[in-house]
Design a protein around this ligand. Sequence first.
Ligand code: NAI
Length: 345
Amino acid sequence: MNAATRIPVTLIPGDGIGPEITAATLAALEALDAPFDWDRQTAGLGGVTACGDPLPPACIESIRATRLALKGPLETPIGGGYRSSNVRLREEFKLYANLRPGKTIVPGGRYDNIDLVLVRENNEGLYMGYEHFIPIDDDPHAIGMSTGVNTRQGCRRICRFAFDYAVKHGRKKVTVVHKANIMKALTGIFLETARQIHAAEYQDKVIMEEIIVDACAMKLVMNPWQFDVLVTTNLFGDILSDEIAGLVGGLGMAPGANIGADAAIFEAVHGSAPDLAGQGIANPIALMLAAAMLLDHVGLGDKATRLRRDIDLTLNVDHVRTGDLGGNASTQEFTAALVARLRAG
Ligand code: NAI
C-alpha cells in the first residue's frame, strides 16, 4: 500500500480499561491490514495526569487535523471536578449525531435477533451544562437547577440524520422518542420538528412513529423487535442506548459513533470500568465494533464486514468469550483467537 492511501487517525486509548481494549483493537486492525496511521493523544484522567488538562490542546489540534478519532473511555468525576471531556469533544467538533447500533451477535441470551439503531442528539438538551445551585441558609446546595436547550436547527439536523440513515440502510421505520406531554417546550420542539421534516421530505421513503420515552423504555423490554431506528434527544438517548446494550449482551457489545460535519469520533458506549481495569479481563468487542464503524465511515466496508464476521466466528464457532459473556477468556486470549481468524482471511 502506498503512502497516499494511508489514513491518519487520532488515537486516544483513554482511562481504566481503555489501554487494554485499545491494544486489543489495534491488534485486530493490524491483522486486517487497515491503513491507519495513529496519532496517539491523551484526554480525561490521562490528560490530567500527563499535563494537568482533561482535554489537552494537542489532542484537540490532532483531531482538527485528522478529523477522525478512535477513543477509549474517559473518566469523569461525579458531582464535581472537571467537566466531561467526552461532552467537550462533542461540543468542540459539533458532533451532533450519536449513532448507537445494538445487534445480537451471541445468540441464546434473553433476547435473540435484536437489530436496533439508536440515533441520539449529541449537543443539546439537558447536557448543555447550564446548571447551578442556589444556597439557602447554611446549605450551599439547597436548590439544584438545570436548564435544557433544544434548538430548531439542532432538531432538524438530527431528525434528517436519522431519516437519511434509515433510507440509506434500507430500514423501514423511525420511532421518534420524546416527552412532549410534560416537557412541552424542550421536547415538544423536537417532536414538532420531526413531524415537519418527515411530512415534507420523507413521507414516501420511511415510516415515522412517535412514542413517549417511558413507554418506549417499557416496550424495549417487552418487545424490542417492534422497533427499528429510534431517534431522540440527548439524555433520553443516553439512557435508552444503555438499555439497548443490555438487550444484546451488555455494554461490552455496544459501539458508538459521534458524527459531525467536520469530524467523527468512534468509541465504545461503555465507560472506563474501574472495577475491571488492569486485570486483563475486559471485553474489547465494543471498541472493536466501533473500529468497524470507523472502517465503514472511511469507505473500507469490506474490512469492516470481515472484522464483524470474525468477531462472530470467534464468539460462536471458537466459543472464545470474556467473562461478561459467560466465558473465561482474558482480553488477550479473545484477541489472539480473533487475530488468528483475521489472519486466516
Ligand atoms: P462503565 O461503563 O465503566 O461500567 C458499567 C459496568 O459495565 C461495570 O460493571 C463494568 O465492569 C461493566 N463494563 C463496562 N465496560 C465493560 C467491558 N468492556 N467489558 C466488560 N464489562 C464492562 O460505567 P461507570 O462505572 O458508570 O463509569 C466509569 C467511568 O467511565 C466514569 O468516570 C464515567 O464518567 C466514565 N464514562 C465514560 C464514557 C466514555 O468515555 N464514553 C461513557 C460512560 C462512562
